[in-house]
Design a protein around this ligand. Sequence first.
Ligand SMILES: [Zn+2]
Length: 177
Amino acid sequence: MRFLASLKYDGEPPRTKTEASFLIDGRKAGRDSAKLEKDLDRLRQKTQREWFKRERDYCRMEVRQARDSEGMIAGFRIRVGRRCDAAKQYHGAFVPIQVALKHPQVLPPYEGICQHWACECEIEEVLESDRLATDTPMVVKPGRITTIRKWRRNRHPFLTLLALAVLAYCIYHLVKT
Ligand SMILES: [Zn+2]
């Protein structure tokens, strides 16, 4: 930054090496500091757009590969980077493969949050054989997070009722005889 100041650039500081060399080259070529700052902004937006698309595509590919794994992969676990705090509701959450296919936006990068120069968000595969704790948060749809335990309970209300009915019937017979 001191080097840039010596080149008489007093605009927005660079965040990456690419941005720094863009500014240095611009100043060396004698370009106006204010105009350079505007171009920096344009460069930033372009880099961000390209990065976002690339990361999203990569994520989609992982999801598709998981779908084709014939049941080997159950889904993904999200690690939200420390500078993407606005998405921290998803941190540590499990995303089943069906949810990831239907709502790709629940996986990083998060629109309007993850920035190419700061994002450290990651996803990890969860195998069908992995045993997650039942209090693990689980994404059901965008912005809706429950736990594995609650989800299982809601998923099989009929089976639960049936089991209770059978139990009640057995007890009734035991008491009667
Ligand atoms: Zn991020």
